[in-house]
Design a protein around this ligand. Structure first.
Ligand code: CP
Length: 308
């Protein structure tokens, strides 16, 4: 078995292309395992994992929990709102108290960018970033890459456009790093929700949705993250839908049949219509299915690394 070059999974920025390949290939093996009648393997027996969620989640949280169960790990689930964090306990104190109970690995979602890196520098445990504010969401990018590879056979030379709220999206940044390191070309659309210096990441920028969709093999559509917006970036939701909402009519008029992805949660009727989300071009539920195998691969590969 190969080894990762990192001890923690903080962001895709830290990974080498070989790390990404190793994770995707290991996930392929685990996908076969979880489609067998007996879905469980003993790979993480006697390893204890805590899932620390300081922010809401449906997919990531359940997917990590299922991945841990499929690997036979022992699991603790922690929700900030029902913990002593509400009494003023710090993040480091909280985690060190959990680690004192002989926990080996921490999966953490946190609203603050940099929280996962900070924790990895302050506590003696393996840290897996399950999304830190507007920074990175590495396992989402890995499951997206896995899903494109599964659908199109390879990532090399494929053209992927990320449509929507790039500015507030950790999924966008992790996807840009992951796709580029895997040999894909990346475009972002639209204009007012894009960070000022995005071109420095080597991505194309296209403000016209139809041009962007005609260019790509895959469109990864993001929702408008109103909870992270402190000012208005477009006049109204109605106008956003008119300019950037993806409809079946738009898909039918394109020069080729593209693949539609979305990390979820979807706002049906805003960035994507119900007909598009549920169409045969959409691989949204494949992404969710693949998330379990990809997270199994990440946990398995990191649990085999020494902490330090
Ligand atoms: N894609 C994603 O991170 O979804 P959740 O917020 O439900 O985990």
């Amino acid at each position: 078995m190969g080894k990762l070059s990192v001890k923690h999974l903080i962001g895709i920025k830290d990974l080498k292309p070989e790390d990404i390949n190793l994770i995707l290939d290991t996930a392929q093996t685990f996908k076969e395992v979880i489609n067998r009648p007996i879905k469980k393997v003993p790979s993480m027996r006697d390893v204890t994992v805590v899932n620390l969620f300081f922010e809401n989640s449906t997919r990531t949280r359940l997917s990590f929990e299922l991945a841990e169960k499929r690997l036979s790990a022992d699991i603790l689930n922690f929700t900030a709102s029902s913990s002593s964090v509400s009494k003023g306990e710090t993040l480091i104190d909280t985690v060190n108290n959990i680690l004192a109970m002989k926990v080996d690995l921490v999966v953490m979602r946190h609203p603050k960018p940099g929280a996962a890196l900070f924790l990895s520098q302050k506590v003696n445990s393996v840290i897996v970033n399950a999304g830190d504010g507007t920074h990175e969401h590495p396992t989402q990018a890995l499951l997206d890459a896995f899903s494109i590879r599964e659908k199109l056979g390879t990532l090399k030379g494929k053209k992927v456009v990320i449509v929507g709220d790039i500015l507030h999206s950790r999924v966008a940044l992790s996807n840009i790093y992951c796709l580029q390191k895997s040999g894909a070309e990346v475009m972002v659309c639209p204009a007012t929700l894009i960070p000022k210096y995005i071109e420095q990441l080597g991505v194309k920028v296209e403000t016209n949705l139809i041009n962007a969709l005609n260019w790509c093999d895959v469109a990864n559509v993001l929702r408008i993250q109103l909870e992270r917006q402190d000012i208005k970036y477009f006049p109204s939701l109605r106008e956003y839908i008119m300019q950037y909402g993806i409809t079946l009519d738009i898909l039918k008029k394109l020069q080729k049949k593209i693949v539609i992805m979305h990390p979820g949660p979807i706002n049906r009727g805003v960035e994507i219509t119900t007909e598009v989300a549920d169409s045969d071009q959409s691989i949204i539920l494949d992404q969710v299915e693949n998330g379990v195998a990809v997270r199994m691969a990440v946990l398995y590969l990191l649990a085999g690394q020494p902490v330090g």
